[in-house]
Design a binder for this molecule. Structure first.
Ligand code: DQA
Length: 142
């Protein structure tokens, strides 16, 4: 199973954001960890991050033919980018939405997600371990 793990806006500054919410791993630590988990679970994973919404949308388009499943943390775009909703809509494989922090217990505006109704699983507030849970959920489907 080929899985694209796409992190969006501001996830590149992990490790410099509030550690109470996001922990202290950097994006590089996170991606190294994800590749190690993927090897352990026998999954083929590609991790990417961008601060540019159009690039993120382009990677989702690439995944339409190039990936079997998606793990998405669009950051703040999750709460308002209907462009990301529309890009994900035609994706036929399972989509797991991950948020490192517990968005359901933060500001009101973080509680809604444009991915609602498009995801197989939504994992929030589990820290970086949420990405491992996402991979495990997808392996269970393989
Ligand atoms: C986040 C939660 C979003 O509300 C926030 O804008 C982020 C990170 C998370 O992983 O907890 O940038 O997606």
């Amino acid at each position: 199973m080929r899985i694209d793990v796409l992190n969006g806006v501001n996830l590149d500054i992990l490790g410099r954001r509030d550690p109470e919410l996001y922990g202290d791993s950097s994006l590089q630590d996170l991606e190294t960890q994800i590749y190690a988990w993927a090897r352990e679970l026998g999954l083929q994973v590609r991790c990417r991050q961008t601060n540019h919404e159009g690039e993120f949308v382009g990677w989702i388009h690439e995944a339409l033919d190039g990936a079997d499943a998606l793990v998405l943390n669009p950051g703040a775009w999750s709460h308002y980018s209907w462009a990301i909703h529309d890009a994900v809509e035609p994706f036929v494989g399972p989509v797991v939405e991950v948020h490192i922090s517990n968005v359901d217990e933060r500001e009101e505006w973080r509680r809604s997600s444009v991915l609602e109704g498009l995801t197989h699983t939504r994992i929030v507030g589990r820290g970086v371990a949420g990405y491992r849970e996402a991979l495990e959920a997808l392996r269970g489907l393989a």
